[in-house]
Ligand binder design. Structure first.
Ligand SMILES: *[C@@H]1O[C@H](CO)[C@@H](O)[C@H](O)[C@H]1NC(C)=O
Ligand SMILES: [Zn+2]
Length: 451
């Protein structure tokens, strides 16, 4: 009896302690989206940074040289203006960053997650490849990422968007898994170049993808093909790693370029809008490892948004409005349009494979390159499945550190520059070091469970 009371009080306490943000009810999710206006062309600007979990540098080199600057500077910039938004993707990096922060910064992040400004999308440990993986690898790498986010940041961090912007073609199994994991949409940048031209011509870059013939329409997921892969419009990178001109709004300055820059952006937007079906388009503002000095990007983007009010632009007679947004808010806006106008999106049922991005330019080598790595990862999976089952039978904690290290290493290995073999040789060696080390600790954990 007393034990029960104790357990009850203890769980109450835990409930209070783990509740991330106590003030008002969080307003994350679709409720936090900017409202798309049906009478204008809504341009959803999405600030993002594509942070490969290893490629030309190792995971740790990217973290310490680039990614820690991205997340830290974004948090500062978001706090300065509640309109600003950012989408955070790779949980392997987010965990490294989170563990180095002091409590007040952690609280800032939780607040920004709860008001929708810092939105987690994808949320897997990495952005997995879709061709060289097995379905189990994909499920496991999402499981560990999503679980970490939920435990660390609470329910508002649960992603609704599968953000597969860089993998080299896309499998219907990914669509099926995404739908079953509870995602509402998939975005990507790479597909056969002829398919893309065709889709833009027919305005079918926004579509419904049915991932599984067994599951039928319960595996349907809204899918959007990004217009400019995953890069900002040419000339509009304001990060310190670029040298595009800033937007200069001081009329006294000899370098004044405000109206011209607004018109440049508008011509890109109009071209894109003519190829998509609704009065919404998504324009990503980012690229690889951007936002290292985030304030620079946000100041210029703030100015760009205001510029469209000062120098009004139109598309097919409708005003063009720029807004800070996210892929999930774009999904909502398209869905609202489709529902209101009874518009039928195309339904697709097969893969986006193989990937060809130009004549005689097929991405086929990565299916077999670095075969020793590919085998090593399969061995890692064997041990991981054995260990997970033994841990369950032996009633081990889910958070067994020996198993966690293998889960995390396997999450890294599913990255689209790891299992594919597209990384540099030094980076491949580092991946092998990481996997070898975690296999050793997982073996020790298995021994302990069995003993
Ligand atoms: C989904 O499929 C079921 C069974 O075929 C059908 O009854 C239902 O109307 C479909 N739902 C939609 C939204 O198309
Ligand atoms: Zn990438």
């Amino acid at each position: 009896m007393s034990l029960l009371v104790f357990l009850f009080c203890f769980s109450l306490l835990l409930g209070v302690n783990t509740k991330p943000y106590d003030e008002d009810a969080p307003s994350c999710g679709y409720d936090a989206c900017p409202v798309a206006d049906p009478s204008v062309l809504n341009v959803h600007l999405v600030p993002h940074s594509h942070d490969d979990v290893g490629w030309l540098k190792t995971v740790d080199q990217y973290y310490f040289q680039d990614v820690q600057n991205v997340i830290s500077s974004v948090i500062v910039a978001l706090k300065l203006n509640p309109e600003r938004r950012f989408v955070q993707v790779e949980t392997a990096f987010f965990k490294k960053w989170w563990e180095q922060q002091k409590d007040s910064i952690k609280q800032d992040v939780i607040n920004l997650v709860n008001n929708g400004q810092f939105e987690i999308i994808n949320g897997g440990w990495s952005m997995n490849d879709e061709a060289a993986v097995l379905y189990q690898f994909t499920i496991d790498q999402y499981t560990i990422g999503l679980r970490y986010l939920e435990d660390t940041l609470g329910a508002c961090s649960r992603p609704r968007v599968c953000w597969q912007i860089d993998p080299f073609g896309h499998s219907r199994e990914q669509a099926s898994i995404s739908a079953q994991l509870g995602f509402d949409s998939i975005f990507f940048g790479r597909l056969d170049y002829r398919d893309k031209i065709n889709r833009l011509g027919k305005k079918t870059g926004d579509l419904i993808w049915r991932g599984s013939s067994n599951l039928g329409n319960s595996s349907d997921i809204f899918t959007s093909v990004l217009y400019n892969q995953y890069s900002a419009p040419p000339g509009f990178c304001f990060d310190i790693v670029c040298d595009d001109d800033p937007i200069i709004d001081d009329e006294e300055s000899p370098d004044y370029n405000y109206q011209k820059r607004v018109e440049n952006f508008a011509s890109f937007v109009k071209e894109q809008a003519s190829k998509y079906p609704t009065n919404n388009i998504i324009v990503v503002m980012g690229d690889d490892f951007r936002y290292q000095a985030a304030l620079n990007s946000y100041i210029n983007t703030d100015r760009l948004i205001k510029g469209f009010e000062l120098f009004p632009q139109t598309f097919q007679g409708k005003p063009i409005k720029l807004l800070y947004s996210t892929p999930s808010c774009y999904t909502k806006a398209v869905n609202d349009y489709v529902t209101a106008n009874d518009y039928k999106l195309e339904i697709k049922t097969d893969d986006f494979f193989p990937l060809s991005d130009g004549p005689v330019n097929y991405w086929g080598g990565f299916l077999t390159s670095r075969p020793a790595s590919k085998r090593f990862i399969r061995e890692g999976n064997n041990l991981l499945q054995v260990a997970k089952q033994l841990a369950a039978v032996g009633q081990e904690s889910y958070d067994n550190p020996g198993l966690n290290s293998l889960k995390e290493a396997m999450g890294v290995m599913q990255h689209h520059d790891a299992i594919t073999g597209t990384e540099l040789m030094d980076v491949a060696h580092d991946y092998h070091r990481l996997l070898y080390k975690s296999l050793s600790s997982a073996n020790d954990a298995v021994d302990l469970i069995l003993s």
